[in-house]
Design a protein around this ligand. Structure first.
Ligand code: PG9
Length: 634
C-alpha cells in the first residue's frame, strides 16, 4: 500500500529542486477486481507482439478468451480507467457481460506492426506461402496461444478466440492449422472477401468512404495521422475530387501499400481471390467448435459470414462443430443493446438474448466443460420479431445462379408493378431512367457525414427510409399489391436484369424493400416506411466474369445477374414488397463514369456522362427464396 512505502514520502521534502511531478509515478490500485499485465510475446521469427492480459482477482484454472486486433489492445482494456474489469473492458469487441460473468481471463493483442507490437503491418495479411519460419496471422495466433497456455499458471489451458470484423477475420485465420489448445472460435461479422461484398468493394464497385479508414490505419503504426477533409458533407468531398483515385492521391495515399494494391487490382483477380477467406476455409476441416455470427443489416461486412458458412459447412463431418447465429443487427450490434435499430423495433433486446442465451452457454461448454446444447442455427426473423432454431441453413453456391425451383420470381413490370406470377403483356416493354454522374443518387439523406465523423449514424444507414429514393426520376421503383397473407423470405435473393444503356459501363443498385401500411397505429413514423431488407450494387463491366471487365455495347440489351445479401424477413399481411433499381449509391460507392475506361480509380472528368438505362420487362426480375411458415417452398 501507499503508506507501506511503495511510494517514498521523502519526495515531499526534496529540498531545493522541488517538482510537482515525480520522476516515476507508481500507480496504486489495490481495490481493483482484476490485475492487468502488459507482455511482449515472442513469435517464431523473433518479432514481439504487445499483449494485454486482464486476470480476474484470485483467478485459478480459468479459460482464456483471446482477441487479436489492429485497433489498439491498450485502448480496448482501458475504458474509463475503471477498477472494475467489466467497465474497463466495455466497448468495441468486448462483450464485458459475457467475459466477466463467465470468469474468463481476457487477453487482447496488437497484431504485428500496429500500436505496441513489433514487426510490419500488412492490411488483412494473406496466408504466407507454406515455408519454414514464414509468419502470417494464423502462425501468430498459434504462437500466441502456445505462449499463453505455457506461461499463464492461472489458466486451465483452454483458449477461446473471438472477434468482430477485422478481428473476426483474425479468428478465422486462427482456425487455419489451429493450436490444440484452441477449444472454441467465434468469428463475428468477419471481413472475408474485400472485393465481392465486404469492406473495400461490393461486386466491383469501390466503397470510397473507406478511404479515411485506410488512411488512418495504413499511414502510421498508431493511427496518429488523421484524415483531413474540406467539406462537412462527404457528398461534396467525393464529388469535388472526381474519382476515388483523385481523393486518395490528393492526400498522398500512394505511400500506403494497400492503397497501391487497390489501384492496381480493381477487378477480382488473383490478388483478391487468393486472400478470400471463405475459399481458404473451404480447404480446412472443421474440428474446433465454431460459432459464426451474421448481422442482417451489417453495413460493413454483410457478405463474409454467410460465404464462410457455405464454405465450412460441408467440412463439418459430424455436423456438430459449426454453428450459425443470424441477428437483426448492424456491424457488431450483437454486443450492444439490441432492442431496435434506427426506427425499427425488435420487441426484445436481441443483443442480450444472443449474449446470455446463445454465446455464454456455448463458450462455457467448450471452455469450462459445462453442459449446453447449442442449436446448429439460431436465426431472428425480422418483421415477425421472433427467434427460431433450425437444424441447418440452406447452402448457396455464390458462383452459380440458384435453382429456379427454390425461388419465387418477383417480376419488374413496365407499369412499375411487381408481380409474383410469370410476366404478362407485350414482350420487350421497358422502363427507362436517366442516370447522371453529375447528380448521383445519394445513398442516404444529405448531409452525409464521414463514417466515424461526429454525429454520424453510419451504423444504421441500411434501415434508412427509402421513400425519398422511390420518388426520384433516376430510380425505378416496382411495387406489389398489398399482401393478403404474410410472405417470408429466407435466404439470398438473386437479381436478373435485362438492360440496355446508351453509355458503355453501368452500375446497378437493386433493393428489396418492405413497404409498411400507410398508417401504423402504435408507431406513426412507420406509416408508409420503406425498409430495405436486402440490397446491393453490381458493376456492369463484370457481367461476364468478375475477373474480366468488359465494355458494355451501347443500346444492346445485356443480362446482369447477381446475389443480394441474406434476408430472413416476413413481409406481414397489409405490407407491400418493393424493388428499386438505380445506377449510383453515392458517395459510399464511387461513381461509374458510364463510359468504359480501363481503371475507374483514375477516370478523368470527360469520361463521366449521363445516359439512359432501359430495363426490359421480359427478363427483369428478382428471385426471392420464399418459404411458408413450415419452412418449405410454397
Ligand atoms: N469493417 C472494418 C474493416 C475490416 C477489415 C478491413 C477494413 C475494415 C472493421 O470493422 O474492422
Amino acid at each position: 500500500g501507499f503508506l507501506a512505502g511503495e511510494v517514498s514520502l521523502s519526495v515531499v521534502s526534496a529540498g531545493a529542486h522541488e517538482w510537482d511531478m515525480p520522476a516515476h509515478f507508481h500507480v496504486v490500485n489495490n481495490g481493483f477486481d482484476y490485475t492487468r499485465r502488459d507482455i511482449m510475446i515472442p513469435m517464431r521469427d523473433g518479432v514481439k507482439l504487445h499483449t494485454v492480459i486482464l486476470l480476474p482477482k484470485n483467478v485459478r484454472s480459468a479459460p482464456i478468451l483471446l482477441t487479436r486486433t489492429p485497433y489498439d489492445a491498450d485502448q480496448m482494456a482501458h475504458n474509463q480507467h475503471s477498477s472494475h474489469m467489466d467497465v474497463a473492458l466495455y466497448g468495441y469487441d468486448n462483450m464485458s457481460d459475457v467475459v466477466t460473468e463467465g470468469g474468463y481471463i481476457r487477453v487482447l493483442q496488437d497484431v504485428r506492426g500496429k500500436y505496441g507490437s513489433g514487426g510490419d503491418y500488412v492490411m488483412q495479411k494473406p496466408l504466407a506461402a507454406p515455408k519454414p519460419g514464414g509468419t502470417d496471422e494464423s502462425t501468430d495466433a498459434y504462437d500466441t496461444i502456445d505462449w499463453l497456455v505455457k506461461n499463464l499458471p492461472q489458466s486451465n489451458g483452454r483458449v477461446g478466440l473471438l472477434g468482430i470484423s477485422y478481428d473476426g477475420f483474425l479468428v478465422l485465420m486462427g482456425l487455419v492449422n489451429p493450436h490444440p489448445a484452441l477449444k472454441v472460435a467465434v468469428p463475428m461479422n468477419a471481413m472475408v472477401d474485400g472485393w465481392r461484398g465486404d469492406d473495400w468493394f461490393h461486386n466491383g464497385a469501390f466503397r470510397e468512404q473507406m478511404l479515411p479508414y485506410l488512411y488512418e490505419q495504413g499511414a502510421t503504426h498508431a493511427n496518429s495521422e488523421i484524415w483531413w477533409s474540406a467539406h462537412y458533407d462527404d457528398y461534396d468531398t467525393y464529388m469535388n475530387a472526381g474519382s476515388a483515385g483523385g481523393v486518395g492521391n490528393a492526400r498522398g495515399m500512394q505511400q500506403i501499400g494497400f492503397y497501391r494494391n487497390l489501384l492496381a487490382h480493381p477487378a477480382y483477380d488473383n490478388f483478391w481471390q487468393a486472400q478470400a477467406v471463405d475459399k481458404i476455409m473451404a480447404r480446412q476441416s472443421v474440428h474446433v467448435p465454431t460459432m459464426l455470427v451474421h448481422s442482417l443489416w451489417d453495413q460493413e461486412d454483410i457478405y463474409g459470414t454467410m460465404a464462410t458458412y457455405y464454405a465450412m459447412k460441408p467440412h463439418d463431418s459430424q455436423g456438430d462443430m459449426l454453428h450459425l447465429v443470424i441477428g437483426p443487427w448492424f456491424h457488431g450490434g450483437e454486443i450492444r443493446k439490441g432492442a431496435q435499430l434506427g426506427t425499427i423495433e425488435f420487441g426484445s433486446d436481441t443483443g442480450v438474448y444472443f449474449r446470455q442465451q446463445i454465446l455464454a452457454p456455448f463458450l462455457a461448454s467448450a471452455l469450462w466443460g459445462k453442459s449446453a446444447q447449442t442449436p446448429p442455427v439460431v436465426a431472428f426473423v425480422t418483421g415477425e420479431n421472433r427467434w427460431e432454431s433450425l437444424p441447418a441453413w440452406p447452402l448457396v453456391n455464390l458462383d452459380s445462379p440458384p435453382k429456379t425451383a427454390d425461388m419465387t420470381a418477383a417480376a419488374l413490370r413496365p407499369d412499375h408493378k411487381l408481380i409474383f406470377t410469370k410476366q404478362v403483356g407485350p414482350l420487350n416493354a421497358s422502363v427507362a431512367y436517366v442516370s447522371d454522374p453529375a447528380r448521383p443518387v445519394p445513398y442516404r439523406h444529405r448531409p452525409i457525414l464521414a463514417m466515424d465523423g461526429a454525429g454520424s449514424t453510419w451504423h444504421n444507414w441500411l434501415v434508412d427510409d427509402q421513400r425519398e429514393a422511390s420518388g426520384r426520376t433516376d430510380v425505378a421503383a416496382f411495387v406489389s399489391d398489398v399482401l393478403q397473407a404474410p410472405l417470408t423470405v429466407r435466404g439470398q435473393p438473386y437479381v436478373h436484369l435485362k438492360a440496355a444503356i446508351s453509355g458503355t459501363d453501368v452500375d446497378f443498385v437493386v433493393k428489396v424493400i418492405d413497404v409498411y401500411p400507410d398508417e401504423v397505429a402504435d408507431q406513426p413514423e412507420l406509416g408508409g416506411y420503406q425498409l430495405m431488407v436486402s440490397a446491393d450494387i453490381f458493376r456492369g463491366r463484370y457481367r461476364n466474369g468478375l475477373a474480366k471487365p468488359e465494355a458494355v455495347p451501347a443500346n444492346i440489351p445485356q443480362m446482369y445477374s447477381f446475389y443480394l445479401p441474406l434476408a430472413n424477413h416476413t413481409f406481414l399481411e397489409g405490407h407491400r414488397v418493393m424493388v428499386q433499381v438505380q445506377s449510383s449509391w453515392f458517395p459510399l460507392y464511387d461513381r461509374n463514369p458510364q463510359t468504359f475506361v480501363d481503371n475507374i480509380f483514375l477516370a478523368q472528368p470527360e469520361a463521366y456522362k449521363a445516359m439512359t438505362v432501359q430495363l426490359y420487362e421480359d427478363e427483369s426480375r428478382v428471385d426471392l427464396p420464399v418459404v411458408n411458415r413450415m419452412g418449405a417452398t410454397p
